[in-house]
Every structure is written in structure tokens, then in C-alpha cells.
Design a protein around this ligand. Structure first.
Ligand code: UD1
Ligand code: CA
Length: 469
């Protein structure tokens, strides 16, 4: 109890009372991406870059998130579809300082501000928290150390800390030799950022530089804090497809590490891609080139073979998914075996102990316990009972060219190979269907239904022969 009390009082001492307003800059064109898609809408792990930044911003519990977009920003607003973001338009791209100035009218004087970039998707929450702690009373800059600082603003320090940031295009050779650079991320009281409204544009790029705030503060006799990022690789922006790909690999590697830390076995941490979120039980194994999208839940002992793609799938314990299977918006019950080369489409629910084999497509199918569809079949819009055996090449003909119809199959049904079930129709419990049948009427429980033309035997028939030379 005493411990709790002490913790509370320590926490409240360091707690910042000013409301945090986060400004995300996203007005840049991103022409080096050579894409018709806006830079901040390029995908990293299946999500727009900006969505990653917004998620990190939101994790800091700000009072508001302001996002600065250009005149072509409608597409960004639409893609993000997030009513909690306050969109600010920057009519002319006159620099990062000018961009921040556009957001100022929506930010109270008493606020603490944090400026993020829409194209820096991996910036870490821990670094931002450290920066916020160092910027309650004064400006603070998030810096990083790079082997190759090309393109970044260099951090100029003196005995009292950070003195100025000089952009590469304005720097001399000595300054360019500095490896400590500006990530671009800054925080401080709103009163400091208010000065963005009066920044000069007398520099190499004729832009209003946000970075000029550092020298302005120091000249006014106010110190500026420098917080160094723990992992520089997470603070890099992306301007080109190459940089985007690098960030994707960094992100995927980190996700792979966190999966392994939870006990998941990966055949190769560099060959698994998680484009969403996953929950995992014990003893989950993922072979190479598995892609998991949306939200996937993998129960105890689930094994997923090479090249499988799962999108919003729940897989219960003990399931094995063999290589090159594709599953989307479906549920796979315990102890089932899927694939290789199976395709399970949305709405499918396998109750458990099922077998779905090669070249089988299921769509919107409810399949009871223990039923097997082992080869080359299409089962769609179907309710199937337990312990059904579906022979190779079975098709539920669910579409009449205009409407979809349902096929109902009872328990313990045996369907011979190459059967077409023309929906709507129902097959009663325990029925057997002879191979090669095309059935469009209901089959009574416990009966044998077979539809075949009688075979003809032609005696003495001569097979055609190729002429001999
Ligand atoms: C900026 C920093 C530099 C830092 C680097 C880190 C300045 C002057 N320089 O340089 O010190 O090392 O980021 O990546 O701040 N943006 C707008 N409106 C504008 C201009 C930019 O919204 O008018 C947005 C861009 O979309 C981008 C971000 O601001 O998300 C950074 O702009 P960019 O032009 O890439 O700045 P850098 O020259 O890279
Ligand atoms: Ca940049």
C-alpha cells in the first residue's frame, strides 16, 4: 500500500498538466516515390504510413491530433476516414515551419506541442515520451546519430546544448561532416511554436524552416533540449521506394522478434510478414513466406506451411495448414488439416476435425465436425453436417446466372466423385450419391441417388489408328 502511494506521488510530480497537441506534417508531394499514390498513403505492413504515425500519436493520449495536408489532401482524408483528426490545409508548400504555422490557430496557448512527420512511420513511443518529458518548459529536438547523415539537418551544439540546426543545403563542409542529425521531430510549449508564424525564408530553399526555432530560442536566451533517439533506424523517413522497403523490413523484423519472444517458432524471421495484428497460443509454427493480414488468431499448436496467406482468420488449436493455402475471413475449427493448395473464402466456418485438401475452394460454407472435402471441389453457400465425405470433383452449383442458392447436406452423407449438386437442393442424413451424378432435386435421407446414362457396349468396335509409314 505504501509502495503504491509513493509511486503515485512520484508520478504526479513529473506529470505534465498541459494538454498535448500533436501536429503531423503530411503536405509534402513525395515526388521521389514516383507513384500516383500520395506519399503518406504508401503502405507499410498493409497500412498507410500516416496510419502508423496516427496510431503512435494516439498512444500518447493527446488532446488533439492536427494533420497538415496540401490542397491535394482530400484523398488522404478519405483514406484515413478518421473523425478524430483535425485536418489543416497548407495552401502553398513554403516549408516545415510554414506547415506548423497553419495548425497554430487550432492550438491553445497553454498547450504542449509535438510535431511528427507523416512519412516517418516507425518513430518510437518511448522516444516521443522522453521528448515530451524534456519539453514541458522549453523546446526539445529528437536527434539521432547516422553513419551517413546525407540529406538531414545537422545539429550544432555548444557548451549549453543545442545551438542551431543547419540544413544540408545551407551547411558548409565542416557542418556537413557532423553525424548528429535532426529526425525532424520536435516538442515544446505552444508559445515557442507560435513563432513559426513569423519565420524568415532567407535560406537555400527559400522555405520557412521549422528548424530555425532552435536558433531563435537560443538567441532569446532560452535553452533547447536535445534527446537522442534510442534506435536511429526507427526515426528515418521514407522518400523513395528503396527507403520504404527498408522500413518495411525493419518493421517486419521487429514483429518477428516479438513473435519469437512470445514463443512462436519461425523457420526464418526474415521470411514472415505480418500486415495487421495476431494473437498466438503456445507452440505455433510458421514456415517460410507466410503472410498474415488483418487480425488473425492462431491457437495452440497451429502449424502453417510455406507460402500460406491468411487474412482475418481464426485458426483453432491443433490445426495444420499445408503449403500454399489462401484463407480469408473464415474460421478453422480445432484439429483440422487444410491444403496444400486450398482456398477458403469469406464466410466459411469449419467446425473442427475437418480435412480440406488440394485444389478445394470453399466459400460461405458451414462444415460440420469431421467432414472431409479432400480433392478438387467447389463448395459454396452450403450448410454441411457432420462426418460427410465429399468425393473428388464435387461441385455445388450455387449460381443460376442471376441468384445464389443454398445447398444443404445432412450428417453422414457420402458424395461420390464428380457430382454436381444444383442448388437449391437438400441431401438428407445418411444419403449416398453415386459418382458422376448431376442432381437438382432433394435426396431423401438414407437413400442412394444416382443419375447416370446407361452404359452402351459396342462389340467389335475398332479404335482409330494412325496410318503406318
Ligand atoms: C526536414 C528538416 C531536417 C530533418 C529532416 C528529417 C526542416 C527545415 N528540415 O528536412 O532538419 O533532418 O526533415 O527528415 O524542417 N512538409 C509539409 N509542408 C511543407 C514542407 C514539408 O507538410 O511545406 C512535410 C513533408 O510532407 C514531410 C515533412 O514535412 O512529411 C518534412 O519535409 P521535407 O521536405 O521532407 O523536409 P526535409 O528537407 O527532409
Ligand atoms: Ca524528408
Amino acid at each position: 500500500m505504501q509502495y503504491t502511494m509513493r509511486w503515485l506521488s512520484d508520478a504526479s510530480k513529473s506529470m505534465n498538466t498541459a494538454a498535448i497537441h500533436i501536429v503531423i506534417l503530411a503536405a509534402g508531394k513525395g515526388s521521389r516515390m514516383q507513384s500516383s499514390r500520395h506519399k503518406v498513403l504508401q503502405l507499410l505492413a498493409g497500412q498507410p504510413l500516416l496510419a502508423h504515425v496516427v496510431a503512435t500519436a494516439r498512444s500518447l493520449h493527446p488532446a488533439a491530433i492536427h494533420c497538415v495536408i496540401g490542397t491535394d489532401g482530400a484523398v488522404i482524408r478519405k483514406a484515413m476516414d478518421d473523425s478524430a483528426i483535425q485536418w489543416v490545409e497548407q495552401r502553398e508548400k513554403l516549408g516545415t515551419g510554414h506547415a506548423v504555422a497553419q495548425a497554430m490557430p487550432g492550438i491553445p496557448e497553454s498547450a504542449q506541442m509535438l510535431v511528427l512527420y507523416g512519412d516517418t512511420p516507425l518513430c518510437s513511443r518511448a522516444d516521443l515520451q522522453a521528448l515530451l518529458q524534456q519539453s514541458t518548459e522549453q523546446l526539445a529536438v529528437l536527434g539521432m546519430e547516422l553513419d551517413d547523415p546525407t540529406g538531414y539537418g545537422r545539429l550544432l551544439c555548444d557548451g549549453e546544448g543545442l545551438r542551431a540546426i543547419i540544413e544540408e543545403k545551407d551547411a558548409d563542409d565542416n557542418e556537413r561532416a557532423i553525424h548528429r542529425v535532426n529526425t525532424g521531430i520536435m516538442a515544446g510549449p505552444a508559445t515557442v511554436f507560435r513563432q513559426c508564424e513569423t519565420l524568415q525564408r532567407n535560406n537555400a530553399q527559400q522555405e520557412a524552416y521549422l528548424t530555425d526555432l532552435v536558433a531563435i530560442e537560443r538567441q532569446a536566451g532560452r535553452p533547447v533540449n536535445l534527446v537522442m533517439a534510442v534506435d536511429a533506424s526507427l526515426c528515418q523517413g521514407c522518400n523513395t521506394p528503396q527507403e520504404l522497403q527498408k522500413l518495411e523490413r525493419i518493421f517486419q523484423q521487429r514483429q518477428a522478434e516479438s513473435l519469437m519472444a512470445r514463443g512462436v517458432r519461425l523457420a526464418d524471421a526474415s521470411r514472415v510478414d505480418i500486415r495487421g495484428s495476431i494473437e498466438t497460443g503456445r507452440d505455433v509454427e510458421l514456415d517460410i513466406n507466410v503472410i498474415l493480414q488483418g487480425h488473425c488468431r492462431l491457437g495452440d499448436g497451429v502449424r502453417i506451411g510455406a507460402g500460406c496467406v491468411l487474412n482475418n482468420v481464426t485458426v483453432e488449436s491443433g490445426v495444420t495448414i499445408l503449403p500454399y493455402s489462401v484463407l480469408e475471413n473464415c474460421h478453422v475449427g480445432a484439429e483440422s488439416t487444410i491444403g496444400p493448395f486450398a482456398r477458403i473464402r469469406p464466410g466459411t466456418q469449419l467446425a473442427g476435425h475437418n480435412k480440406v485438401g488440394n485444389f478445394v475452394e470453399l466459400k460461405n460454407a458451414r462444415v460440420g465436425q469431421g467432414s472431409k472435402i479432400n480433392h478438387l471441389s467447389y463448395v459454396g453457400d452450403t450448410h454441411m453436417g457432420r462426418q460427410v465425405n465429399v468425393g473428388a470433383g464435387t461441385i455445388t452449383c450455387n449460381y443460376d446466372g442471376a441468384n445464389k442458392h443454398v445447398t444443404v447436406i445432412g450428417d453422414d452423407v457420402f458424395i461420390g466423385s464428380n457430382t454436381a449438386l444444383v442448388a437449391p437442393m437438400e441431401v438428407g442424413d445418411g444419403a449416398t450419391i453415386g459418382a458422376g451424378s448431376t442432381l437438382s432435386k432433394d435426396v431423401e435421407a438414407g437413400t442412394l441417388a444416382v443419375e447416370r446414362a446407361p452404359a452402351r457396349t459396342i462389340r467389335g468396335w475398332k479404335r482409330p489408328r494412325k496410318p503406318r509409314h
